[in-house]
Design a protein around this ligand. Structure first.
Ligand SMILES: [Zn+2]
Ligand SMILES: [Zn+2]
Length: 222
């Protein structure tokens, strides 16, 4: 899919789609999830998902599988560990070419860089560079779970990411589950920022579990 087509597709998804049959944030055991990409794909087909993305940390290992390259319900993606203004953030990359040379340079060099939390923290990527490379590789960059970041002014933080090329933010995701101990920002704040700056709004379950279902999508916005 070419970049503009993908952009139109992502823009066309509504909150309703993300609650029903579109899940653009799923982890498999290629990173810190518990089941294989194939198990996820099989289940997703069975339960009638329209589009899914496996977004393993810093890796696109699932997409080496031929079935994944040809499936018409898959949007290829990954989730990069990055640093921006001293804050540890996750940047989702959709639709990137896995054979792009610059992508190969920022992707995990070994399993630990996808699977081990500590190794990942020592290998944070420069957000500006990552966003530029995603675009050059035909992809779209999206800030994952924006309410999780310990910044005083989320709007200014996102505005400055837009200035370096960020195109979307994740708006529809399980806020409560990802909140951990401290709640930094509200769903409403995230939604309003997306609207104000005309960002692509994406969504997903951030599934890491054993049995994939679209159940977690029903409480996306809580
Ligand atoms: Zn994340
Ligand atoms: Zn994730």
């Amino acid at each position: 899919m070419i970049r503009e087509e993908l952009k139109n597709l992502l823009t066309s998804f509504t909150e309703e789609d993300y609650r029903k049959n579109v899940d653009l944030h799923i982890h498999s055991n290629e990173s810190d999830g518990k089941i294989s990409p194939c198990e996820i794909l099989e289940t997703a087909k069975k339960i009638g998902m329209k589009y899914i993305s496996i977004t393993d940390h810093n890796t696109m290992a699932s997409y080496k599988n031929v079935e994944f390259q040809h499936s018409n319900i898959i949007i290829p993606a990954t989730e990069f560990d990055c640093i921006y203004q001293g804050v540890y953030i996750h940047i989702l990359a959709y639709g990137i070419d896995i054979n792009n040379e610059e992508i190969k340079q920022i992707i995990a060099k070994n399993e630990a860089e996808s699977k081990c939390k500590l190794t990942r923290l020592f290998k944070l990527r420069d957000s500006k560079k990552v966003i530029e490379i995603i675009k050059k590789a035909g992809g779209i960059s999206v800030l994952a779970h924006p309410a999780c970041y310990p910044v005083i002014n989320l709007e200014l933080f996102i505005k400055s990411l837009i200035e370096i090329g960020l195109e979307g933010i994740e708006v529809f995701y399980p806020y409560k589950r990802l909140r951990s101990i401290v709640k930094f920002h509200k769903r409403k704040t995230v939604y309003n920022i997306a609207k104000k700056y005309n960002l692509i709004m994406t969504g997903g379950s951030d599934f890491h579990g054993k049995i994939y279902s679209n159940f977690s999508l029903t409480n996306l916005s809580i």
